[in-house]
Design a protein around this ligand. Structure first.
Ligand code: HMG
Ligand code: MG
Length: 298
């Protein structure tokens, strides 16, 4: 892939906030998304219409989605686990959604109380409705480089689930290293195997930075041809049902690396840094972004 442009999918308001101890008020989440909208990001995953019993942090999904300013040229996808989530999302006007499953049975059972096949069965009516409504659906595959319960995850399982989601009609498949255990050569090999069955242009990578490998993994996947990267401002987040998982790679650090490589993102790094520093203040913790730490050091 010769393209120099990388599409950043900002997942901070969803993946970032679903696992934070601090419960932010809806108004703060709305301000976060509005600030992100002003940085040049074109895709901001806004929230998640999952069961509020499972993820109380995002129980205010409807209020948040309604409250955000929908900036022209920005799309605000939301996570939905089933038809009930899809309906809640549509009620407040969501125009893009994301379904999610995993390459590991053990993780899926813990995260969404279903086997891989059962979860995909739940997506069928969601996909049908979305097609009729003209709603684009992204598909996530979790645990692509390791599972907190099962350990190793065979690449063939990742390929199978990714292909299935693509066949079902997901326009983009995001490959998630949920617990951040991957290393660059493994990430590249996994991506290459998936790209033999799903076009590279329909793939995205989603790295958590638990072991500090995320930027290195992203680089190896860029070299392989991927041009869509998920990240979270200030490096927040993690999956509450993936034991030990820490935050996503920080958007600031990804944008800094890409711009340093002469690639374009459309994102204003200074504004992103300001937003990340502001969010860290709201959460009452230090930012996980190395770039933000470097730039805001006294
Ligand atoms: P379940 O308990 O098996 O669901 O949970 P159920 O269908 O039996 O329903 C039980 C109750 O939940 C019922 O309410 C339903 O109405 C309600 P009750 O009758 O008991 O009062 N319910 C809902 N309520 C609101 N919205 C809904 C909804 N669905 C059912 N959409 C379920 C199954 C999937 C719902 C649950 O397991 C769940 O919500 N899990 C979400 C877990 C989650 O959000 N994890 C984090 C996101 S995944 C992630 O972070 C990974 C990713 O970032 C990529 C990566 O890093 O790898 C994407
Ligand atoms: Mg994630």
């Amino acid at each position: 892939n010769a393209s120099n442009h990388v599409r950043i999918v900002e997942v901070g308001p969803r993946d970032g906030l679903q696992n934070e101890k601090a419960m932010l008020a809806a108004a703060v989440k709305i301000e976060l998304i509005d600030r992100l909208s002003a940085t040049g990001l074109a895709i901001i995953e806004a929230t998640s219409f999952v069961s509020p019993k499972w993820v109380p942090q995002l129980a205010d999904a409807a209020e948040v989605f309604r409250g955000i300013r929908k900036a022209p040229g920005v799309v605000y996808p939301v996570l939905v686990p089933n038809l009930q989530g899809y309906e809640r999302a549509r009620e407040v006007g969501a125009t893009e959604v994301a379904v999610f499953t995993a390459a590991s049975e053990a993780f899926n059972r813990t995260n969404i109380n279903a086997s891989i096949d059962e979860s995909i069965e739940r997506f069928v009516p969601v996909m049908e409705r979305a097609r009729a409504d003209g709603v684009a659906v992204r598909g996530y595959v979790s645990t692509v480089l390791g599972c907190p319960y099962q350990g190793e995850v065979p690449v063939a399982d990742v390929v199978r689930v990714a292909r299935r989601l693509h066949e079902l009609g997901c326009h983009e498949i995001s490959l998630g290293d949920t617990i951040g255990v991957g290393t660059p050569a493994k990430a590249r090999d996994m991506l290459r195997a998936v790209a033999s069955e799903v076009p590279m242009s329909a793939l995205a990578v989603h790295f958590h930075d638990t072991y500090g490998q995320a930027l290195a993994n992203i680089l190896s996947c860029l070299e392989e041809g991927v041009r869509v990267v998920d990240s979270a401002v200030s490096g927040t987040g993690g999956c509450p049902y993936a034991k030990g998982a820490t935050g996503n790679v920080a958007s600031e650090d990804v944008v800094y690396m890409l711009h340093g490589m002469g690639m374009s993102t459309g994102v204003d790094l200074d504004r992103l840094i300001e937003t990340g520093a502001w969010l860290a203040g709201q959460l009452g913790k230090e930012t996980a972004s190395r770039v933000t730490r470097a730039r805001t050091a006294a």
